[in-house]
Design a binder for this molecule. Structure first.
Ligand code: SAM
Ligand code: DTB
Ligand code: SF4
Length: 335
């Protein structure tokens, strides 16, 4: 079956609710048609600007509205970012994702510094991703000119549930930024979070929107809520592993050529649980050397521990590709 952009919500719901082992089997089969199943993309997150964000995302440690452990910091120095990227490269990481706790990109000297960071880390032969909040087409083009490989901007949940989680921007704002990135040759990274108190219907509705974007986002992060003390969602129950496996497998089935990233929340899972996620079609992870995702509130497994796990499972770290090679070869952006 080819790549489809006309998924009906009911079809996605049927896939999500399939008997679990059948779902994993089908997703594993689709995975093998579009990807080398022995390769896992390993990414490193760098929080280039931490905390003090004016948005009110109910899950986030970096919102200035909530009293969390995170202290607001200035933009990191370029050399600090380069040095973290160098260590990551030595460890076999192929993608570096720079995150800023901004509502939107502004045309100021900080943006100029970010553009230099993008240029220099790209020149090291790494794929660079940025997640800086909302941006205009012009700003997206400047990032593209600096060599940016991907832009991350998550839909997070369904349109109906969105305003329960975030009141300072709308779903359309999110879709608009994704559209602005699409007007350049930067690839799109967009997914969501499980564990916000959403229903299965919300999860399916989010996947429905992602799977009808044409082309599909080249990468789809599946985050699992890391309950941050001080945020409105601090007391949410843990998402069961089976929901995560279902979500990954469904994502793999409906966006077969995209990378599916087992993102925040992975640290809580055993090697056996993670192996199930890889079998269900996850082919990307974040790994670190400072035991954190973006902030201290969300642990991230260690480079060496991850290498050991990948070895054990017969998996290898995927090397970086250039944006031009990806754009011309990927079935996700053809047709
Ligand atoms: N400020 C930018 C934005 O919101 O697009 C970029 C950074 S933001 C931290 C990127 C994504 O991280 C969010 O969209 C959300 O999916 C995820 N995230 C943030 N806090 C999280 C948490 N506590 N647990 C799980 N995922 C989280
Ligand atoms: C994404 O979807 N997940 C990453 C990345 N994109 C930027 C972020 C996870 C954040 C975890 C929360 C924290 O570390 O505070
Ligand atoms: Fe700000 Fe992004 Fe956190 Fe929302 S998720 S509060 S926009 S850093």
């Amino acid at each position: 079956m080819g790549i489809r952009y006309d998924w009906q919500k009911a079809e996605i719901e049927t896939i999500y609710n399939m008997p679990l082992l059948e779902l994993i089997y089908q997703a594993a089969s689709v995975h093998r048609q579009y990807h080398d199943p022995t390769k896992i993309q390993v990414c490193k997150l760098i929080s280039i600007k931490t905390g003090g964000c004016p948005e009110d995302c109910s899950y986030c440690a970096q919102s200035s509205r909530y009293k969390t452990e995170v202290k607001a910091q200035a933009l990191l120095e370029k050399d600090t970012v380069i040095s973290i990227a160098q260590t990551a490269k030595q460890k076999g990481v192929s993608r570096v994702c720079m995150g800023a706790a901004w509502r939107e990109v502004r045309d100021n000297s900080q943006f100029e510094t970010v553009l230099e960071m993008v240029q220099e880390v790209t020149a090291m032969g790494l794929e660079v991703c940025c997640t800086l909040g909302m941006l205009t087409t012009d700003q997206a083009q400047r990032l593209a000119d600096a060599g940016l490989y991907a832009y991350n901007h998550n839909l997070d949940t369904s349109p109906d549930y969105y305003s329960t989680i975030i009141s300072t921007r709308t779903y359309s704002d999110r879709l608009n930024t994704i559209e602005h990135v699409r007007q350049t040759n930067v690839t799109v990274c967009s997914g969501g979070i499980l564990g916000l108190g959403e229903t299965t219907d919300d999860r399916v509705a989010m996947l429905h929107i992602l799977a009808n974007l044409h082309p599909h986002p080249e990468s789809v992060p599946i985050n699992i809520l890391s309950q941050v003390p001080g945020t409105p969602l601090e007391n949410q129950p843990d998402v069961p592993i089976w929901d995560i496996v279902r979500m990954i497998a469904t994502t793999r089935m409906i966006m077969p050529a995209s990378d599916v990233r087992l993102s925040a929340g992975r640290a809580r899972f055993s090697q056996v649980e993670q192996a199930l996620c890889f079998m269900a079609g996850a082919n990307s992870i974040f790994s670190s050397d400072d035991n954190k995702m973006l902030t201290v509130t969300t642990p991230c497994p260690d480079y060496d521990a991850d290498k050991e796990m990948l070895n054990l499972l017969g998996l290898e770290m995927r090397p970086p590709v250039s944006r031009e090679a990806k754009v011309s070869s990927s079935p996700a952006v053809v047709g």
